[in-house]
Write a protein that binds this ligand. Structure first.
Ligand SMILES: [Cu+2]
Length: 233
């Protein structure tokens, strides 16, 4: 028993020691976004790893949050592993809604009051776009990854995925203003040992087209968008 115990401990220790960090950075080019042009804000690019052989383990259940504040979803882009809980607190003094018709997991919270929170589980990988049925300019994106190894770039474009076990992986990248073909071209196979540097990715936004979205009924938002304060009319 002692021998077994020591063996398990050694294996656990070895696995922990073999876990690595995968890091790199993104640069956004050909953008028309003022935050990119003026502040070199390269945040919001999502990256995740999928093992070449076998399935990724299911991540332990965690809650990720997108706040509703100032008639905005904050953060605008969130990333979480499949099976995670998404929390949507309404931090405004008016009613909001959250709905999605994307990635085969549609939902509609209905109207909900200031100070209250809606929670839901996203059970399938994919890109889930979220809107408010009252305010057409409110939008968010949740990238639900099929593995627990993911990251999102900060303003400086850098990212780091920690605790990645040694092995072979495919790197996947997603960015809201990059077209699917360009993102697909960035996929590459890597071998992770300890610290693995992926270098600099350049993502062009030249082919991005921003289109207005429909409300939850599939129709245009009314020109007169009302807000509903608590206790108001
Ligand atoms: Cu709203």
């Amino acid at each position: 028993m002692i021998w077994l115990s020591r063996t398990c401990s050694s294996l656990t220790l070895a696995a922990a020691l073999q876990a690595g960090i995968v890091s790199g950075e993104f640069e956004l080019v050909n953008s028309t976004e003022s935050s990119v042009l003026r502040q070199k804000d390269y945040s919001g690019v999502v990256v995740w790893l999928e093992p070449v052989a076998g399935q990724a383990p299911v991540a332990s259940r965690r809650t990720f949050t997108i706040n509703q504040k100032g008639k905005r979803f904050i953060p605008h882009v969130q990333v979480m592993p499949v099976g995670s809980e998404l929390s949507l607190p309404n931090g405004d003094t008016i009613f909001h809604n959250a709905f999605s018709t994307f990635s085969g997991q549609p939902f509609d919270t209905g109207l909900y009051a200031p100070g209250s929170t809606q929670k839901l589980f996203l059970r399938r990988p994919g890109v889930v776009r979220i809107f408010c049925n009252i305010h057409s300019n409110m939008s968010a994106v949740v990238v639900v990854t099929p593995s627990p190894w993911f990251a999102i770039s900060g303003k400086d474009g850098r990212f780091a995925i920690t605790d990645v076990p040694s092995g072979d992986y495919v790197v996947h990248v997603w960015h809201e203003r990059s077209v699917e073909a360009n993102l697909k071209a960035l996929e590459k196979r890597i071998r992770v040992n300890d610290s693995t540097l992926l270098g600099r990715y350049t993502l062009s936004e030249s082919e991005h087209v921003s289109l207005p979205h429909k409300n939850k009924y599939g129709k245009d938002y009314p020109a007169d968008q009302k807000s509903y304060p608590l206790g108001g009319k």
